[in-house]
Design a protein around this ligand. Structure first.
Ligand SMILES: Cc1cc2nc3c(=O)[nH]c(=O)nc-3n(C[C@H](O)[C@H](O)[C@H](O)COP(=O)(O)OP(=O)(O)OC[C@H]3O[C@@H](n4cnc5c(N)ncnc54)[C@H](O)[C@@H]3O)c2cc1C
Length: 386
């Protein structure tokens, strides 16, 4: 991918925003289990960072997706995973389908305030009984006059305790599972919506997650994105941006793990020498840095193809798979070299160890990525290469 001075300027903007407005507060926000999402999103919105590749007509910058990837990479400098994840939900998980397939009035109502940061969004796909198996979800929206009446619940919903809207995947007919779903924009203050207490997570501590319940929630049918029954397909497309964001977002954080480990191992002495002078340690760190560069190359290649309008399901799934696996490897190896210090809750590498664990689970687990890759390689029993 060839970067222009405009890409570099965007990098600098995100970097300055992260260093000035976010990193000084991360420790406190991680402890509190939340961060001031509305205030921070308004600041990000003023800088244009929530609508980089969204249409200018609705307040976005109208740039191609390579700029979003550059921003995702720079948001990886945030010293925790929870805040970049919350930003990614807003920019690359709950708004891509709306921006691409939503009617003008729906985009005016939900996309414009999401881009400006006035409203916080969340994405409702997973349920207690349907995480990996998206097609098996049970929440349904039945037609009643001009409205949908929604019943069911969504599990693990990032940003939901502060969200103004949810982009909801629900069954809108009794047809086959891949053609009976629609994406519907639902204001979170609609009567009949309630939330569980925030879920107590292993990592991503500053990001709020809850279960969302729908009890006869009424929204106009015009809140549906695109055609009825096209929701599953649109969600699969929306996942491409989620997966590219997720993989790009890992790069700087993992490098930070390696850099802080090098620094620590330069200071730490054992048996009369610096830890870093053990070949087993500096070779391992060099190997991991090499792996990160491989992931970066994969992310950039997928992005290039995406910008050209190609289907990147294969490469985005590979990047997501590799990001999850490499995240676990880097954070685990680095933690090891910190010894007992690495086992302390507030250690930066320990935080990364907890946070990156989610990457192999959320947004499609490693095994789901492998299933997609196998399907596209034509190695599933009875299936030909597409
Ligand atoms: C902190 C957090 C935030 C999240 N945020 C959101 C959100 O904002 N919106 C949203 O909709 N969802 C969200 N999720 C849900 C997330 O996407 C799901 O947890 C994920 O898709 C896995 O689903 P599951 O937890 O139901 O696991 P299951 O589907 O029960 O799978 C459990 C494990 O089994 C394995 N597995 C599953 N199927 C197969 C298979 N076919 N072959 C081999 N192995 C398999 C995988 O290892 C998987 O991890 C979030 C989850 C967490 C933990």
């Amino acid at each position: 991918m060839i970067f222009t001075p405009e890409h570099e300027a965007l990098r600098q903007t995100v970097r300055a925003f992260v260093e000035r407005e976010i990193n000084p507060h991360v420790d406190a926000w991680e402890k509190a289990g939340r961060f001031p999402i509305h205030a921070l999103f308004r600041q990000a919105g003023e800088l244009g960072l929530l609508g980089i590749s969204k249409p200018e007509q609705f307040g976005g910058m109208g740039l191609d997706y390579s700029y979003s990837v550059v921003a995702a990479e720079e948001f990886g400098r945030i010293h925790c995973g929870g805040i970049p994840m919350a930003i990614g939900v807003q920019t690359d998980m709950c708004t891509p389908a709306l921006a691409r397939f939503g009617s003008d009035s729906l985009r005016e109502e939900f996309l414009r305030p999401a881009i400006s940061g006035e409203q916080v969004g969340c994405i409702g796909v997973s349920e207690v009984g349907a995480g990996s198996d998206v097609a098996g979800l049970k929440t349904h929206a039945r037609k009643d006059g001009d409205d949908y009446v929604i019943n069911g619940s969504k599990m693990w919903i990032t940003n939901s305790p502060s969200a103004d809207f949810i982009c909801l995947l629900a069954n809108t007919s009794d047809d086959k599972p891949h053609i009976n779903k629609s994406l519907i924009m639902v204001p979170m203050n609609s009567p009949g919506i309630s939330l569980s207490a925030p879920l107590d997570k292993l990592g991503m501590r500053s990001s709020e997650t809850a279960q969302v319940f729908f009890d006869d929630v009424r929204v106009p049918q015009r809140n549906r994105i695109g055609h009825e029954g096209a929701g599953f397909m649109m969600q699969m497309l929306q996942f491409q941006e989620e997966r590219l964001f997720g993989a790009a977002n890992m790069l700087k954080g993992l490098e930070h793990c390696i850099d802080s480990t090098i620094e620590y191992c330069r200071e730490r002495q054992t048996f009369g020498t610096r830890l870093i002078d053990n070949q087993v340690i500096h070779f391992r760190l060099a190997e991991l840095q090499t792996e990160i560069e491989c992931l970066r190359a994969l992310v950039y290649q997928a992005t290039e193809q995406y910008v050209r309008g190609q289907d990147v399901t294969r490469l985005a799934s590979m990047a997501k798979l590799k990001a999850g696996r490499l995240g676990r490897e880097v954070s685990d190896s680095c933690l090891q070299y910190w010894g007992g210090m690495g086992f302390m809750w507030d250690n930066p590498v320990a935080r990364a160890y907890r946070d990156v664990r989610l990457v192999s689970i959320g947004g499609g687990a490693d095994e789901i990525m492998l299933g997609i890759i196998c399907k596209l390689m034509g190695i599933l029993p009875g299936k030909k290469k597409p």
